[in-house]
Write a protein that binds this ligand. Structure first.
Ligand SMILES: [Fe+2]
Ligand SMILES: [Fe+2]
Length: 135
């Protein structure tokens, strides 16, 4: 069972960014599947780490473009990124404490959050990025 289908996530129309979003979705699905199938803690922790590393990389890529091109909404947008990172950390802590139900609930929550963030905040920068030649 897949938590989120890649086709459900809005394309922002910038190939490099769309690929990063697809990779994020794939990692979220891997984590969901690992939790669902009761994989070893070692395996789940590894997947959490991969998701955290990739999320940080993706958010910094966007934020570097914001700085480089002086994107007007960069502060509000970056705040949302920071909020997501906090929720992801909370998710890992819940898992580490063995709180299975809240782990799944929070995973659902961050998935919806990502879906919404890409469809609104990320979609909003697309024309600006394109105008600045980002592909
Ligand atoms: Fe994004
Ligand atoms: Fe973003």
């Amino acid at each position: 069972m897949t938590l989120v289908d890649r086709d459900d996530i809005t394309s922002v129309g910038i190939d490099s960014i769309d690929r990063e979003h697809e990779a994020l979705i794939s990692l979220i699905n891997q984590l969901h599947s690992a939790l669902l199938h009761g994989e070893t803690n070692e395996r789940i922790t590894y997947t959490f780490d991969q998701l955290t590393i990739y999320t940080t990389k993706h958010f910094s890529n966007e934020e570097n473009y914001f700085l480089q091109y002086n994107y007007p909404d960069r502060i509000e947008h970056s705040k949302e990124h920071a909020q997501f990172c906090q929720n992801l950390q909370q998710l890992q802590e819940n898992f580490n404490r063995g709180e299975e139900n809240t782990t799944f609930e929070l995973l659902q929550f961050i998935t919806h959050w990502l879906h919404h963030h890409v469809g609104t905040q990320d979609a909003a920068y697309a024309p600006f990025f394109k105008k600045n030649g980002i592909k």
